[in-house]
Design a protein around this ligand. Structure first.
Ligand code: GDP
Length: 373
C-alpha cells in the first residue's frame, strides 16, 4: 500500500542518515500502530522481537525514526540494554560532526544541550538500577539538580555567544550593499552545492551524504555583467529538529533576507514531492513562504519514469507514470511556469537556467537601481 511504501522510503532516509553518521544498519523493524505507545514508542510484542535481535547480534545501537520522549528513551534503554538513538539525536550528531566554523559548532552545541536538558532527569537513577548492587546508590536528586544547573548555565552562555555573532553577521550582511540576494534552498542532498559551484565556478564541498553543507556560503556571482549574491545554506530535512531550526536562525536569516529563492528539487528521488512540502513548511516557519521562488528541478539525467502497470491503466494515471516531458508540463503549470529542469552534473539545460536566473535577478535589480538600467 501507499503508506507502506512511504514507511520504506522513510527508513531508507533514516538508513542514509545512519550511514552519514558513520553507522552501519543491520536490520530494520517496522510496525503499524494507530499512535506510538506512550511508554515504549513501539508495542510490547515488537519490542520483544527487537530485544531478541539485539541480544543475538550484539547490536550496539537502536535508532528510532522519530523524536522519543525522555521517558520513552529511558524505558526502551532499560528493555533493550543498548544505546538508544532517536531521529533528533542522530541529526544533531551529524551536525556536530560536520560543523566547520566556531559559529556552527556553537549552534550545534546549543541544540544538543537543549535536547539533553529534559533528558537529565533520572538518567543516573536508571544507570544505577542497571548496575544493581547493594549499597550502590547513584547520585541523588541534588546531583541531578547540579547537572541541570550546569547545563542551563552552558545554554545561556552559548545563547549569549550566538547573539554576539548574530549581530556581527547582521552587520556584515548590511555592508553588502544593495546587491540582489539569491538563496539556494532545498532538501538535503538535492544538488545545491553542485549548483553553487557551477554558477560561481568555486569549489564548494559536494558529496553524496546528507548535510554536507552546514554553514552558509555566500558568493558573488556575475551573469552577463549583472552581479548578485548567491548563498547556499543548510539542507532541509523532514522532521528537522526544532532545536536546530531555532539555533540556526541566523544561518537561515540568509534565506529570510533573500530577494529570490532557488528551490532546488531532486526529481530522481521517489519522495521528491514530500521533500518540496518539507521545505515549504520550514520556509513557512521562518516566515519566508511568500518570497519569489524559482523551482529548479535537478538531476533530470537520473530521472526514471516508472513503468506502466497493467492494472494502473484502468485507474487514473498518477504522476509517477508521466514521461519526463509530460511531467514537466504538469509542474510548469503548477508552479505558474516558474520552474526549470536541469542536470547540474551534466550541465543539461544549464544555459537556459542561467538566463532564467539572470532575468529574475534583473527584474529585482531594476527596481533597486532604476536610473542605471
Ligand atoms: P546538497 O546537499 O543539496 O548541497 O547536494 P550536493 O551538491 O552535495 O549533491 C549531492 C549529490 O548529488 C552529490 O553526489 C552530487 O554529485 C549529486 N548531484 C548533484 N547534481 C546532480 C545531477 O544533476 N545529477 C545527478 N545524477 N547527480 C547530481
Amino acid at each position: 500500500s501507499q503508506s507502506e511504501e512511504k514507511m520504506i522510503e522513510y527508513l531508507d532516509e533514516l538508513e542514509f542518515l545512519a550511514y552519514t553518521a558513520g553507522g552501519q544498519v543491520l536490520k530494520r523493524f517496522t510496525q503499524k500502530l494507530e499512535k506510538p505507545n506512550p511508554k515504549t514508542f513501539i508495542g510490547t510484542g515488537k519490542m520483544e522481537d527487537v530485544a531478541a535481535y539485539v541480544e543475538q547480534h550484539e547490536v550496539g545501537t537502536v535508532i528510532f525514526d522519530d523524536e522519543l520522549t525522555p521517558a520513552q528513551q529511558k524505558n526502551i534503554e532499560r528493555l533493550l540494554r543498548c544505546k538508544i538513538v532517536d531521529r533528533t539525536y542522530l541529526i544533531l550528531d551529524i551536525f556536530a560532526q560536520r560543523a566547520q566554523t566556531s559559529y556552527a559548532r556553537t549552534q550545534v552545541e546549543l541544540a544538543q544541550y537543549e535536547y539533553l536538558l529534559p533528558r537529565l532527569v533520572g538518567l543516573w537513577t536508571h544507570l544505577e538500577r542497571q548496575r544493581g548492587g547493594i549499597g550502590m546508590r547513584g547520585p541523588g536528586e541534588t546531583e541531578i539538580e547540579t547537572d541541570r544547573r550546569i547545563v542551563r548555565d552552558r545554554i545561556s552562555l552559548l545563547k549569549k555567544k550566538i547573539l554576539t555573532i548574530d549581530k556581527q553577521m547582521a552587520t556584515q550582511r548590511g555592508n553588502r550593499g544593495a546587491l540582489v540576494r539569491v538563496a539556494l534552498v532545498g532538501y538535503t542532498n538535492v544538488g545545491k552545492s553542485t549548483l553553487m559551484n557551477t554558477l560561481s565556478k568555486s569549489e564548494v564541498f559536494a558529496e553524496n551524504k546528507l548535510f554536507a553543507t552546514l554553514d552558509t556560503t555566500v558568493r558573488k556571482v556575475v551573469i552577463g555583467n549583472l552581479p548578485f549574491l548567491l548563498s547556499d545554506t543548510v539542507g532541509f530535512i523532514r522532521k528537522l529538529p526544532t532545536q536546530l531550526v531555532d539555533s540556526f536562525k541566523s544561518t537561515l536569516d540568509e534565506v529570510r533576507e533573500a530577494d529570490l529563492l532557488l528551490h532546488v528539487v531532486d526529481i530522481s528521488h521517489p519522495q521528491f514531492e514530500d521533500h518540496i512540502a518539507s521545505v515549504n513548511q520550514i520556509l513557512d516557519e521562518i516566515k519566508s513562504a511568500d518570497k519569489p521562488v524559482l523551482m529548479v528541478f535537478n538531476k533530470i539525467d537520473a530521472y526514471q519514469p516508472e513503468a506502466y502497470d497493467e492494472e494502473d491503466l484502468m485507474i487514473e494515471r498518477t504522476m509517477a507514470h508521466y514521461s519526463l516531458d509530460e511531467w514537466k508540463q504538469t509542474w510548469m503549470a503548477r508552479t505558474n511556469g516558474d520552474s526549470i529542469f536541469i542536470s547540474a552534473l551534466n550541465k543539461d539545460n544549464f544555459e537556459t537556467f542561467r538566463k532564467k536566473v539572470y532575468e529574475r535577478v534583473r527584474e529585482i535589480h531594476v527596481t533597486r537601481f532604476p536610473y542605471n538600467s
